[in-house]
Design a protein. Structure first.
Ligand SMILES: C[S@@+](CC[C@H](N)C(=O)[O-])C[C@H]1O[C@@H](n2cnc3c(N)ncnc32)[C@H](O)[C@@H]1O
Length: 261
């Protein structure tokens, strides 16, 4: 296959291309081809996606250390190990993880993976309809438990345009969480320059459905929750460890964790 026709893969699926970037095996040949093309044209996209995934793993581990054993993972994506339930339920086997995504293909794949796994579930839902999503019984079982819940919004809010009012969506989610709960957000940065080794046209196309935001805008999604130090920072700089921060010290995605007090 030549470089020219690697690019033209209309049958590639954005969520599966992302899966390819973070080391998953859910993709088809078209997704791997499109992913390989993007990696060649804009290598920092790859490191950014990896930094995002590593941030989420560190955040879940940190939350488990704080005693949190209930997780709602919205925009969970195709499962790629370590998934939230693999980290959380290993430490707290009696805990609960509810995955949620708008994509039925993600739902099918996630349900296959978690079949028979006590404490793990999946609900199909759209973050743009937070009231409907929060009314789902599996989610209510956690939000009405009276115990802390961590709500993960990993690389999903940048798919929500301003016209869909992401501030309203995040406010509804925060409001539903019991005291002592946490909100985790990662979000493509709109105010971090991409290095010139990334092809502008490829970046433009990769961001076609995305709405990158500045650090201050991302910070506002936490509302009156108290930000855990170091606040909203590049995802690679949030509680870095030698193991997880490794090959991607810089990234164009923000990450933050905050607590309802
Ligand atoms: C880039 S993946 C992120 C996966 C995972 N959270 C992570 O950060 O590694 C984004 C996921 O958000 C999902 N998504 C996009 N818009 C959504 C919406 N309105 N409601 C729920 N999920 C959505 C997509 O289907 C996709 O699986």
């Amino acid at each position: 296959m030549t470089i020219e026709n690697l690019e033209k893969r209309p049958d590639a699926h954005p969520a599966r291309v992302y899966d390819y970037f973070i080391g998953g095996e859910n993709g088809l040949e078209a997704d791997r081809a499109a992913g390989a093309w993007i990696r060649m044209q804009a290598p920092d996209l790859l490191t950014t996606m990896q930094a995002n995934r590593a941030f989420l793993s560190r955040a879940v581990r940190w939350l488990v250390q704080q005693g949190v054993d209930q997780f709602i993972d919205i925009g969970s994506g195709f499962p790629v190990s370590p998934n939230t339930h693999e980290i959380a339920l290993r430490e707290s086997p009696s805990g609960s993880v509810v995955y949620c995504d708008v994509d039925p293909a993600v739902g099918r794949r996630t349900r296959e993976l978690i079949a028979g796994q006590k404490g793990a579930g999946f609900v199909l839902g759209d973050i743009q309809n937070p009231d409907e999503l929060l009314a789902q019984p599996a989610i209510q079982a956690l939000t009405r438990s009276g115990r802390p819940v961590a709500c993960l919004l990993g690389a999903v809010l940048h798919f929500v345009p301003e016209s869909a009012d992401p501030a309203r969506i995040t406010a509804a989610l925060r409001e539903a969480l019991p005291r002592g709960s946490y909100l985790v957000v990662s979000h493509i940065a709109g105010d971090v320059p991409w290095g010139d080794r990334n092809d502008e046209e490829t970046l433009k196309r990769a961001f076609e459905d995305m709405h990158p935001r500045a650090r201050e805008q991302v910070a506002r999604f936490f509302g009156d929750f108290e930000l855990v130090a170091p606040g909203v920072v590049l995802a690679s700089q949030w509680h870095p460890t030698g193991e997880t921060a490794g090959p991607h010290p810089e990234s164009a995605i923000y990450g933050g964790v905050a607590r309802r007090i």
